[in-house]
Design a protein around this ligand. Structure first.
Ligand code: ADP
Ligand code: ZN
Length: 292
């Protein structure tokens, strides 16, 4: 059986067709322009591909409440052309297949839980640190939704005393995303994050904020694994620093077998950057089972 997968991002839309083993058979990438331009191209890609269902891992915030009139919409995004846009409705109307819909980070979490390093786990989190910070949560073997979906990228974090930067989040100033996403690094230090690789103080501070957030997620959710992805994590020096800072911040309070081996507890994604699109594929498979 063939399934469609759409990884809907703020800069590009990755469209793919895959099978129930998570194998991606073909894919294209379409730049994210306003919906009038972009959505017909997505439809054109999937049209005639004989997909049984489509899964969408989408940038947010999105409406996931099935009782809501705006279920399947992208809601209060800063990308104005996409605000209150009915992305599921458009694809449902044009493709007429079951559609699974979730956040991009929940998608990546699901990809890792189905075919990657979180397979078989009860509770895990996937954190992406890129243009924003997002957190996908697996709890009790299922993606956590609650009211909508967690917004773990916006947890409030005190600025470290040596950090004079006020934070970039328009809602909270120095929340996690406001302090530690790629654009915050760029604004604080005056250069793009990817050009700061050799500046140790940049990554020591970044690791501090990441560890602060991760420690709070550990206290709150008791995850069995923590996966850290996104563009900023391409800085390979970050992961070991985060592990050691988390260990210090936990202060020996929690004693579990997982925490004894930080190298396999806090990890990079395991699916060669396919975790998002594979997760979207799985969202499609689940939608077919539910006949959404
Ligand atoms: P998005 O979040 O838009 O899907 P990315 O995960 O690639 O895309 O994140 C983009 C952000 O990551 C930008 O702010 C960019 O500066 C930063 N970034 C990308 N590559 C690197 C790198 N090698 N080192 C540090 N930061 C990077
Ligand atoms: Zn915020």
């Amino acid at each position: 059986m063939r399934f469609g997968a759409l990884e809907a991002g703020g800069t590009k839309m990755v469209c793919a067709v895959g099978n129930e083993d998570g194998k991606i058979l073909e894919r294209v990438s379409i730049p994210t322009e306003p919906p009038d331009t972009t959505m017909p191209k997505i439809y054109e890609y999937f049209c005639g591909k004989e997909i049984a269902a489509l899964g969408i891992g989408c940038f947010g915030p999105i409406d996931l409440s099935r009782e809501s009139k705006t279920y399947g919409y992208i809601t209060t995004t800063s990308k104005l052309a996409w605000r209150q846009y009915n992305i599921c409705g458009y694809l449902k109307e044009h493709l007429n297949v079951p559609i699974g819909f979730d956040t991009d980070v929940n998608g990546s979490m699901l990809g890792e839980a189905t075919w990657g390093c979180a397979k078989g786990l009860d509770t895990a989190i996937y954190i992406t640190v890129g243009t924003g910070v997002g957190v996908g949560v697996l709890a009790g073997g299922r993606l956590l939704h609650g009211m909508q979906h967690p917004e773990g990228g916006h947890i409030l974090i005190p600025a470290r005393e040596d950090d004079r930067y006020s934070g970039k989040c328009p809602y909270h100033g120095h929340c996690m995303e406001g302090l530690a996403a790629g654009p915050a690094i760029e604004e604080r230090w005056g250069k793009k994050a990817e050009t700061l690789a050799d500046d140790e103080k940049v990554w020591e501070l970044e690791a501090h904020y990441l560890a602060y957030a991760v420690t709070n997620y550990i206290m709150m959710l008791s995850p069995q694994k923590i996966i850290l992805g996104g563009g900023v994590m391409h800085q390979e020096q970050l992961l070991p620093m985060v592990r050691s800072k988390v260990d210090k911040m936990l202060g020996g309070y929690i004693r579990t077998k997982e925490l004894l081996d930080m190298n396999s507890y806090i990890v990079a994604p395991s699916l060669q950057d396919n975790q998002g699109i594979m997760g979207a594929l799985k969202l499609g498979m689940e939608a077919l089972d539910r006949a959404d």
